[in-house]
Design a protein. Structure first.
Length: 285
């Protein structure tokens, strides 16, 4: 496999630079979508005077820093969205990448659970280490070692994410039993009409709610099988993605799995699912 050849050659093995350029386009597109969505559902007014967000920022950062954050917040939202779009289109990609990452890092100052931001910064750093980001939406396929190191890093990051996620699920008796997923879907089925921002926030298909949302023994057993399938997929996907003969099947399985994840929390998982499936391009270098 190319990955181990690249490691043994000290990352001098030629690879297809277009693989990373493709990820650059996906990265920019996902971040453009994320930043654009952040303008809605109260995001534009997050730090208006008297808001809870501003009070929490004052408590966390102090009055002076919170005022600076509030003053820079709206311009930063617009600038980072434009930068992410420029990155996707390949216009001054390195400068656009730096501005995009700075705009994403801003969310560390106020989000309660910024895991998606950390993952964004990590995968974005791989782009920063690439030797050839390309220009425009044209993808170059002439083999070179310019992006070999960055491609290897993306493979390692995605593998770590999947295997660490699988390990956490294996350690969770509630997840392995199927009870966690069964309870989540059952609760959602009962309260979904009372949840804020239903459109775009929750997208569990009706057939799943009707057939697997009642907490019966049958439902829990089926969710147990689904939980086992998810763990197996997360363990097997990184290896299957690296093997040319199984890559197409692994890509299809991974996209389907992340699509299912995103039904649970579409807006919250758009970054993780989009970037993770985007890194699949790095596996077939």
């Amino acid at each position: 496999m190319w990955f181990f050849d690249a490691l043994s050659s000290g990352f001098t093995r030629p690879t297809d630079p277009g693989r990373l350029q493709m990820f650059r386009i996906i990265f920019g597109t996902v971040l453009t979508t994320r930043f654009a969505l952040a303008l809605g559902q109260g995001g534009w007014d997050r730090f208006v005077p008297g808001s809870l967000s501003l009070r929490l920022a004052e408590h966390r950062l102090g009055p002076r820093r919170s005022r600076l954050l509030a003053a820079a917040y709206r311009p930063a939202l617009l600038i980072r969205t434009a930068a992410a779009l420029a990155l996707a289109l390949g216009a001054a990609p390195r400068l656009a990448l730096l501005v995009t990452l700075a705009g994403a890092a801003m969310e560390l100052l106020y989000l309660k659970s910024p895991n998606a931001v950390r993952y964004t910064l990590l995968t974005g750093a791989c782009l920063g280490l690439a030797g050839d980001l390309g220009h425009g939406v044209h993808i170059e396929h002439t083999p070179s070692a310019a992006n070999t190191w960055a491609l290897c890093l993306l493979v390692l990051i995605t593998t770590d994410v999947y295997w660490n996620s699988a390990w956490q699920k294996i350690r969770s008796d509630q997840f392995r039993s199927g009870l966690y997923l069964a309870q989540w879907v059952h609760t959602y089925t009962q309260v979904r009409q009372h949840l804020p921002h239903r459109r775009g926030q929750y997208a569990v298909p009706a057939v799943v709610r009707h057939r697997l949302g009642n907490l019966t023994d049958r439902d829990v057993r089926l969710w147990r099988l689904i939980a086992a399938a998810v763990i197996t997929a997360e363990l097997a996907l990184p290896i299957a993605l690296l093997i040319p003969q199984t890559t197409p099947y692994a890509v299809a399985a991974g996209v389907a799995m992340h699509a299912a994840f995103s039904c649970l929390k579409p807006r919250q998982l758009i970054t993780f699912s989009g970037l993770t499936t985007g890194t699949y391009a790095a596996f077939s270098a």
